[in-house]
Design a binder for this molecule. Structure first.
Ligand SMILES: NC(=O)c1ccc[n+]([C@@H]2O[C@H](COP(=O)([O-])OP(=O)(O)OC[C@H]3O[C@@H](n4cnc5c(N)ncnc54)[C@H](OP(=O)(O)O)[C@@H]3O)[C@@H](O)[C@H]2O)c1
Length: 205
């Protein structure tokens, strides 16, 4: 398959690129800082671009099967008001429609599900700005006629664990933490097996 990855320099994007290339897929990494990518795989194309520029997205996207959106606002900026996904996701949707691509995976946040008790309520409050930005990104997709899967992971960690549990429409049991790699593996598996079309999916390790 030909994957078009937004946020390929981030934690999830890097893991997705690694897994997809290892499975023999082709990956186009559409990034603002191509110099950050040092790997030279046969199946990898690195393009410099702005995910907020619809016209350049359209040209770059043409011919791909699946778009993977792993954009996000990391670090302390995640706690402050921001609108990255609110601004970028409509551009991605518009570009996909123009380029004739239907399938997309969008990484959102598990905290948009209700429940989880007091710990989740605390994190929901602390990360309210990030949650709101993700919610607006989700809305751009659910308002579209694209074949989307919205993925809502719990807190993410850097390790090589690739195991995950998924649940359409809710939080799987013990959804405290999982790895970036397992999140990427879920999206790759679901793309390959054509699962979770127009579903919001909760993940756990
Ligand atoms: N981390 C967690 O624990 C966690 C938990 C649940 C959900 N999530 C969600 O998962 C998603 C991915 O998280 P992550 O930790 O993998 O993200 P990340 O490592 O912070 O990477 C985000 C990517 O977005 C890119 N980006 C940010 N602003 C951009 C801009 N203005 N223009 C172009 N590219 C831009 C960054 O590019 P550069 O590399 O060029 O900076 C980076 O590659 C986020 O939406 C996050 O809310 C994260």
């Amino acid at each position: 398959m030909r994957f078009f990855v937004l946020g390929a320099n981030g934690n999830t994007g890097r893991e997705f690129t690694d897994l997809a290339l290892a499975q023999g897929h082709q990956v186009t990494a559409f990034v603002r800082s191509p110099e950050k990518i040092s790997r030279k795989d046969k199946g990898l194309t690195v393009l410099k671009g702005d995910p907020g520029n619809v016209e350049s997205l359209v040209e770059a996207m043409k011919g791909h099967d699946v778009v993977i959106s792993t954009l996000g606002t990391g670090g302390f900026a995640a706690f402050k008001p921001h609108d990255l996904l609110e601004r970028m996701t409509p551009c991605m949707v518009a570009a996909m429609e123009k380029a004739g691509i239907q399938r997309v995976f969008f990484v959102s946040v598990g905290l948009l599900f209700k429940g989880g008790g007091l710990p989740a309520a605390l994190f929901r409050f602390l990360l309210r700005n990030n949650n709101e930005d993700s919610r607006m990104g989700e809305k751009a997709l659910t308002d579209s006629s694209l074949d989307w899967t919205i993925v809502r992971p719990p807190g993410l960690a850097k390790n090589n664990d690739e195991s995950y549990h998924s649940l359409e429409g809710g939080i799987p049991p013990k959804a405290f933490r999982m790895s970036f790699r397992a999140l990427a593996k879920f999206m790759l598996d679901s793309a390959e097996k054509q699962l979770h079309s127009r579903k919001v999916v909760g993940l756990a390790s």
